[in-house]
Write a protein that binds this ligand. Structure first.
Ligand SMILES: [Zn+2]
Length: 118
């Protein structure tokens, strides 16, 4: 389950050429923490992929600052004009059916793991 979640998040980072050493390291850390979390709560499986994606997004913001993070994390390509803004993974609980949505408009962009298709 964790491997599938990791693969989905990594695929979406790679789809935007954002699979950098920094983000992959944070992804590994998120996966190992969520592996422990999932052992405590086996019913958490539907939420795990979205939670890992959110963990990485938060960790990038913590490490690099919110502005810098926008160069490290998928940004919205749907909205015309306006400042660059990030995508985030909805719902906030991480699942079920985690999806990329525009941070500004809330518009659905793609299911998690399918960002390459947009
Ligand atoms: Zn947008």
């Amino acid at each position: 389950m964790i491997y599938q979640a990791r693969a989905n998040v990594l695929a979406d980072l790679a789809a935007r050429a954002l699979d950098t050493p920094a983000s992959v390291t944070l992804l590994e850390e998120a996966c190992s923490e969520r592996r422990w979390w999932l052992e405590q709560w086996v019913d958490g499986e539907p939420y795990i992929a979205g939670l890992i994606a959110q963990d990485v997004q938060d960790a990038l913001a913590d490490q690099f600052g919110r502005h810098e993070r926008d160069g490290l994390w998928p940004v919205c390509t749907r909205c015309d004009g306006g400042p660059v803004h990030a995508l985030h993974v909805d719902p906030d609980l991480g699942g079920p059916d985690p999806q990329w949505v525009c941070e500004e408009s809330g518009q659905l962009v793609a299911p998690l793991g399918r960002l390459a298709t947009t």
